[in-house]
Design a protein. Structure first.
Length: 263
């Protein structure tokens, strides 16, 4: 009878804990029950960077942007690259992400984060499994998402159009945001067509990069760029040299800015 009474008390205590919204942990040892609750901690991840309003009069408010991209958006340091920003920009401030933030700060207080998704691009199959790489950053709230992907996708990839649509739908399932899809810097008609198929001109906007695949917009061999420690380095890697240089980064930022301004 005593054991039955203790069991009823335990069940009632469990129901009370659940109704209070906590997680319940039970440990049993020789019929002794210990129970406690853990309060849910709010998610406190901060945006990667903020750029304060720099215009005249009052700011239009905060504009929160997520960039989902490859090395043109962000590349970590390695033997042939010395920054952690858009590859081949001469400094952090000169990549398209920071130039666009500077343009937008004339009207808004800008906060942004970056998600490097090159790994998703090169997956030969099951790209859907790679979408979880976005989950951490998507816990922040955003007004805009910029998708700059496609340059590393193998030519003739049979599933890319479906996979890219899956990427767009995944982001939309997590947040109601406007998405800007950037065309390939190195043109590929098939890849661009696959990306454009997901654009509707309203919630998903196409931003083409036609005409930028020329020497004047590329970094080029021997161009001097800054490293994380502030020292200067000459680009000596062919793969880095064909990335957009400062002029190319400015052009990408300007095309995105114009698209955002157009609504």
């Amino acid at each position: 009878m005593k054991n039955r009474k203790n069991w009823i008390i335990t069940v009632l205590a469990l129901l009370l804990c659940i109704s209070l919204g906590g997680n319940v942990y039970l440990y049993t040892h020789r019929q002794t029950v210990v129970q406690y609750t853990v309060e849910q901690e709010p998610y406190t991840h901060q945006y990667d960077e903020t750029v304060p309003y720099s215009g005249e009069g009052e700011s239009k408010g905060e504009l929160r942007v997520l960039y989902v991209g490859n090395s043109i958006t962000q590349h970590a340091t390695c033997d042939y690259w010395w920054g952690d920003w858009g590859m081949a920009a001469s400094s952090r401030e000169m990549d398209y992400v920071h130039q666009l933030a500077d343009m937008l700060s004339g009207e808004y207080d800008v906060s942004f984060s970056l998600s490097q998704l090159s790994q998703w691009e090169i997956m030969g199959h099951d790209r859907h499994e790679g979408l979880q790489l976005l989950d951490s950053e998507m816990k922040n709230e955003y007004d805009l998402v910029v998708i700059q992907l496609g340059e590393n996708v193998p030519a003739g990839d049979a599933t890319f159009q479906t996979d890219f649509a899956d990427l767009v739908e995944y982001i939309q399932s997590l947040q109601d945001v406007k998405i800007y899809v950037v065309g390939n810097f190195w043109p590929d008609e098939g890849t661009d067509a696959a990306k454009q198929a997901s654009c509707d001109g309203e919630s998903v906007i196409w931003v083409g990069l036609d005409g930028l695949n020329t020497p004047e917009y590329k970094a080029g061999m021997g161009t001097m760029v800054e490293g994380l420690d502030g020292t200067q380095h000459a680009i000596e890697h062919q793969g880095v040299s064909i990335h957009p240089g400062d002029a190319g980064m400015t052009a990408i930022a300007q095309r995105l800015y114009d698209a955002i301004q157009a609504g």
